[in-house]
Ligand binder design. Sequence first.
Ligand code: SAM
Length: 352
Amino acid sequence: MTDETSWNSLAWLNARGDRQALLHDRGAEVAAERFGRRVFLRAVVEVSNYCRENCVYCGMRRDNSGLNRFRAQHDQLAELLVHQRPASITDINIQTGEDPVAVREVVLPLIQTLSRETPLGISVCLGTLSASLYDRLRQAGASVYIMKFEMADRRAYRGMLAPGRLEERLENIRLLAKTGWHVSSGFIAGLPGQTSEQLLSNFALAGELPLVGCSVSPFIPGESTPLARKATADIDQCLNCMAMLRLMRPEWVIPAVSALNLAGPGSGYRRGLATGANLVTINLTPSEMRGDYLLYKRDRFIMTEERILSSIQEQGLTPSTQSLADYYRSQELPSRELTRLAPTVVGAVGRF
Ligand code: SAM
């Protein structure tokens, strides 16, 4: 039986029309109660597309031999981020394929430079690494680790050759949180063959993990992957997941990912912001490398500063002057306080 008063029901996942508008409006209201009209504004730089993993859905998988592999240079990125970054960003997210060489040779020195020469909060999204490398990244000045669990269903995780083993990924998330990182995670909605039950199981897993935020990415059939001919995720289902996540965890930082505009051309991103998302990302990867950082298609939808600022303005939102890193530090509540907050979410949706 479907329990319509609970946030994680099939009925909300598949809501359309007035019910969907109610869900998204409630998500936006809950975000506004917690964050006001502010959204966090970060930049991302994609430092290396070498990857030792072979995820079936990702264009950077190691079996994609047609991809021109690159590692960016420290000096080029340092110049860009220290002297030429947009004034509006408060944080930087440094992302790579799973490439520990790039982490040691480029990412670590880049974090040291940025901590010394800028006030930016520093997030990283580098896959699973050794405990000692996590420590070195923290000591260098990074404080937020983004490690998506990708999908909660173990069988699907194995079938999609998602990174390592799911258990291992979850252990790494727990280790990071235990050793002082603020950890954000995420899952993919609309993967080929994904059932509604599998999609909903992502909420239970996200709720159990020691997270400060979570993303929902719509599946986009990746160029040069075994899934290239599969259907793109249903944008409405993906947006419903975002609103449901907001209602489940009012205090989380939930990004609007650029792929929303691939799943919902012309309106996906704007609609994502209207579900209660509160983080936007400007892409600062040097243009000569962007095409090869192949998650989905070479022809990427690049979120420039201009596009981001006009999207948030259209939604009546404003850029936060507080960095994500500072926000997370200010939220360091004892865990019993977080446990106390969780049940209010069921009530938040139950009022519909
Ligand atoms: N290698 C790091 C890691 O494992 O955490 C960095 C992230 S990986 C390069 C980029 C992320 O893009 C993946 O975690 C996955 O969620 C997402 N992604 C890749 N291919 C995708 C696709 N076809 N559709 C939607 N999301 C995809």
